[in-house]
Design a protein around this ligand. Sequence first.
Ligand SMILES: C/C=C/C(=O)SCCNC(=O)CCNC(=O)[C@H](O)C(C)(C)COP(=O)(O)OP(=O)(O)OC[C@H]1O[C@@H](n2cnc3c(N)ncnc32)[C@H](O)[C@@H]1OP(=O)(O)O
Length: 309
Amino acid sequence: MSLARACACTHGLTHMWHSLVCSRAPPARPPAGSRSAPRGARGQRRAGPPFQFLQVQKAGSKGSVGLIRLQRPQALNALCEGLMAELRRALDAFEADAQVGAIVITGSDKAFAAGADIKEMQGKSFQQCYGGAFLAGWDRVATVRKPTIAAVNGYAVSVPVSLRALCRVPHARGRDSWRSPPAVPITPSPGAGGTQRLTRAVGKSLAMEMVLTGERISAAEAKAAGLVSKVFPVDKLLDAAISCAEKIASNSKLVVAMAKESVNAAFETTLAEGNRTEKRLFYATFATDDRKEGMTAFVEKRKANFTDS
Ligand SMILES: C/C=C/C(=O)SCCNC(=O)CCNC(=O)[C@H](O)C(C)(C)COP(=O)(O)OP(=O)(O)OC[C@H]1O[C@@H](n2cnc3c(N)ncnc32)[C@H](O)[C@@H]1OP(=O)(O)O
């Protein structure tokens, strides 16, 4: 069993670099309990054309987990507009799917994602960025109401750090060999929420160091800083993420969404406003059948049967 490690660094005054990689890279294999792509992707076919940059399927013994694998190997899963549009479409489909209770986003063994697509950005002007609201749709990962888990494997550069920070229950795995960051600055600064979300996730000191120096951090440091919730050996990462997602999905989807909203309020608002949000949502749970069922099941010493109502 390998020791899981992660690294994260930034370089120049430019962009964040974050890599959570593994010590051994086994061949890609379907996660335990995953359904075959055609069966799992059935809902996706109904939702639109086939995916070019993603593999989308349902996983878990009850098909309650939406699994999205970024799949653009020739560019190390760099986040081109096409990929991000597909990601939004996949998230929309899982959000609307009553069977799905949580979503796992993962990459390949070599790369979770290598940041925004530099070749796509290279020729852009200010007018095109501002006028076209470049990156505006990228927050969809943050606005999904169902819980999202980032199972981070391989390189995770710049934007994926934000992507990871957007996912609420991030998991990581480590690798023991590192590559140097690019030698020259590529972007003027992080532009997809990296300076904001990373700072809220790990605090100003570490975020400042990562953004300004490009220093790497280990998986243990990332975990200690709250950047990832758990670190797994290579061969356990995806199954662990799916298992966590299944556990979440077995709870009341209604109450889980309220709980997620409440935790997010701590991330995005003041303490007083967060407490007010929490209280309002807590009261709201008393209007649900699932709150009654959960408490009744506890008192009757039986397993709760939630109906998401
Ligand atoms: C607001 C948002 C800001 C941002 O996100 S800015 C972008 C931040 N991203 C980066 O700075 C990372 C750029 N990529 C790299 O530094 C390296 O890659 C890695 C260290 C991650 C991996 O290095 P190695 O293993 O040597 O692979 P390779 O030969 O550099 O890449 C394989 C192919 O993937 C393409 N690629 C990699 N990253 C990107 C990218 N971000 N945008 C577009 N293409 C990318 C390359 O060009 C190449 O392609 P070919 O084989 O045709 O030469």
